[in-house]
Design a protein around this ligand. Structure first.
Ligand code: ATP
Length: 228
């Protein structure tokens, strides 16, 4: 579903991605795992069509990333991208107007599940509440590829569980979910595929069960070993 060939991205004298060649199949929840600065966000931004690679290629369903692919990809950045003056209700209306694949019923259900109120203004949300809103809005699209950059950061334990549950409910055989995270412990149980990124390079990639059995350890333990 998402394929890159020798993807490289340079910023001035820094290479954020170095010859990254990956293939992420349809129907998986794939973790992009790596420490700070390893290139996770850069990879997602290139796949979302927001950043151009310096060299190499990237395809989504065999089409070059561009205007055609953007409408099928739902990308949730780490930063808050919703306007402070909006209420949770108007965020839903805004998404509904903007994206043909937006499911307002799912949005209403997720807002309730996350214990948010439709009348609350974005500017008055706490960090964790803002994170829940971003997740609800992004996962209410019926996209083919969802990319969630650090969806659990700064979020309390109970809410992290809710977010994980929502991700699992959204996953199906027709879509792909890509999640970048440092909180590998909590992600382990839902990841069916993983990419380990170090310093812009892919060091391990593939099916989570195959990687577990090849290395004789969990995804978390392998993470600790590789990045120790
Ligand atoms: N716009 C930019 N200008 C210059 N350097 C950049 C830019 N964006 C990213 N970088 C550099 O590219 C490298 C990879 O950054 P990236 O944000 O992709 O990492 P990350 O794995 O998402 O990190 P984190 O976990 O801290 O969010 C870092 O060294 C970063 O400083």
């Amino acid at each position: 579903m998402l394929k890159t060939e020798n993807l490289t991205k340079g910023f001035l004298n820094k290479k954020a991605l170095k010859n990254v060649s990956i293939e992420i199949p349809q129907g998986v929840i794939c973790g992009i795992l790596g420490p700070n600065g390893s290139g996770k966000t850069t990879l997602m931004k290139i796949a979302a069509g927001l950043v151009n690679p310096t060299s190499g290629s990237i395809f989504f369903k065999n089409i070059n990333i561009g205007s055609k692919t953007k409408s099928r990809i739902a990308y949730m950045p780490t930063e808050q991208f919703l306007y402070g003056f909006m209420t949770i209700k108007t965020v839903g209306q805004y998404f509904n107007d903007f994206y043909d694949d937006f499911n307002m019923e799912k949005y209403k259900r997720l807002i309730e599940f996350m214990k948010l109120e439709m009348t609350t203004k974005v500017s008055s949300l706490s960090t964790g509440m803002g994170a829940k809103l971003k997740i609800a809005a992004t996962l209410s699209r019926n996209a083919d590829l969802f990319m969630l950059d650090e969806p659990l950061n700064g979020i309390d334990l109970v809410t992290r569980e809710k977010i994980i549950q929502t991700i699992v409910e959204t996953a199906n055989e027709n879509n792909t979910i890509l999640i970048s995270s440092h909180l590998v412990d909590e992600m382990e149980k839902i990841l069916s595929s993983v990419l380990y990124l170090r310093d812009g390079e892919i060091i391990i990639q593939g099916d989570a069960n195959v990687i577990r059995s090849e290395h004789g350890k969990s995804i978390v333990d392998l993470y600790k070993e590789v990045f120790a």
